[in-house]
Design a protein around this ligand. Structure first.
Ligand code: NAD
Ligand code: MG
Length: 392
């Protein structure tokens, strides 16, 4: 029996790496459903290769264009839907056993929750889900008794080293430090989106690439680790390791430190999760440690990376601070990518939004979504203030 897979965010970097691993194991997996946003040509190419039953494009015009192209390509049996409801429906579809949650940002929350509630096994790449709604999300995972496996390379590494969690003193999330780790601070003001997206070790989507450059990505991962491994902020440390060979570590009370190593290629954690507890080939080449002579480590500089400090304080503050942090960061990063906000101002937008909005702990999904929206409005106001002061 093959296992039916739905990939939420199939046209993205994680989506494509997942399809690469799946195509090496077509005896075990069936690609049942794929989703994208508006990249029609890329989805058409994926449909020709993987021939899913169902496709969802978040944007309605993209869905319509894709229907026409599929018909012209002789693939009219592939059904195409659009919109947020369809994204959630595809995650619950009969014939889908397992869901790769690889949409970027808050847009991934509802479809991923739909997969959980439908009892599907979930592979989680979409860390923003947990940052935005960690308690609620994990409560549903437990209530629905679904298996949730981490795809983020650090969390997958910790999972591989964690055993049953007995005797863990702390976890050490490694971070490359991004492209600007050694740049003089005054040069950061003039950084362009393309410079920020040129990550030294990983090829990723643009939002996570900017998050890596500010180290907000590591901050989001600290919060993600808190929820996945049930550890307080005090037991989660961040260590800069520019080579990205050690993907994270777990330290035990007896002083043992277990690490997971490998070439920086997301197909390793994806294959690990897809096969768990077995192991399958991922297409990733062997790690040649003899050629990897230099493994460096350093403590993160919180002055250079204020976003990391903001994420730690949001986790410690609890309540809805992480929801606010995530939403404000999404708004600020998009503005930076649109060249409407300088790189060095991303942290200020997040910090000002956090200072202005301190809602009570949300106890249900609608409250989380309302706080997310409120934070976006406030972050937008800070963007406009910046634009006005830049013009003045
Ligand atoms: P990406 O930008 O390459 O792809 C994002 C995917 O989400 C695309 O398929 C896009 O069509 C879809 N999408 C975007 N906005 C959407 C919307 N509003 N509605 C529906 N679909 C939408 O991003 P990525 O690098 O693949 O990252 C995906 C997720 O995985 C992120 O949460 C990221 O933090 C996480 N992640 C990525 C990597 C990596 O190496 N790329 C590593 C660890 C974790
Ligand atoms: Mg990561």
């Amino acid at each position: 029996m093959t296992r039916g897979i739905c990939i939420l965010g199939a046209t993205g970097s994680i989506g494509k790496s997942t399809l690469d691993v799946l195509s090496r194991h077509s005896d075990a997996f069936r690609v049942v459903a794929l989703t994208g946003n508006h990249r029609v040509a890329e989805m058409l190419a994926l449909c020709k290769i993987h021939q899913p039953e169902q496709v969802v494009m978040a944007a309605a015009d993209a869905a319509q264009q894709l229907r026409v192209l599929l018909r012209d390509a002789g693939l009219k049996q592939i059904n195409v839907e659009s919109g947020p409801e369809a994204l959630a429906d595809v995650a619950r579809m009969d014939g889908v056993d397992e869901v790769m949650a690889a949409i970027v940002g808050a847009a991934g929350l509802l479809p991923t929750l739909a997969a959980v509630e439908a009892g599907k096994k979930v592979y989680l790449a979409n860390k923003e889900c947990l940052v935005m709604a960690g308690k609620l999300f994990m409560d549903r995972v437990r209530a629905c008794q679904v298996t949730l496996l981490p795809i983020d390379s650090e969390h997958n590494a910790v999972f591989q080293c964690f055993a049953d969690g007995r005797g863990v003193r702390r976890i050490l999330l490694t971070a490359s430090g991004g492209p600007f780790r050694t740049w003089p601070l005054e040069r950061l003001a003039g950084v362009t989106p393309d410079q920020a997206c040129a990550h030294p070790n990983w090829v990723m989507g643009r939002k996570i690439s900017v998050d890596s450059a500010t180290m907000m990505n590591k901050g989001l991962e600290v919060i993600e680790a808190h929820w996945l491994f049930n550890l307080p902020a005090e037991q989660i440390d961040v260590l800069i390791h520019p080579q990205s060979i050690i993907h994270s570590m777990v330290e035990y009370v007896d002083g043992s430190v277990l690490a997971q190593l490998g070439n920086p290629d997301m197909r390793t954690p994806i294959a690990h999760a897809l096969a768990y507890p077995e192991r399958i080939e991922s297409g990733v080449s062997s790690l040649d440690l003899a050629k990897t002579t230099d493994l460096q480590f350093e403590a993160p500089d919180l002055q250079r990376f204020p976003c990391l400090a903001l994420a730690f304080s949001a986790l410690k503050a609890g309540g809805a601070a992480a929801t606010v942090l995530n939403a404000a960061n999404e708004v600020a990063v998009q503005a930076f990518l649109d060249e409407a906000l300088p790189f060095a101002r991303i942290a200020a937008v997040v910090e000002n939004t956090l200072a202005e909005l301190q809602p009570a702990t949300p106890d249900e999904l609608d409250a989380v979504l309302a706080i997310d929206q409120q934070a976006r409005v406030i972050a937008g106001k800070h963007l406009r203030r910046y634009a006005e002061s830049a013009l003045a």
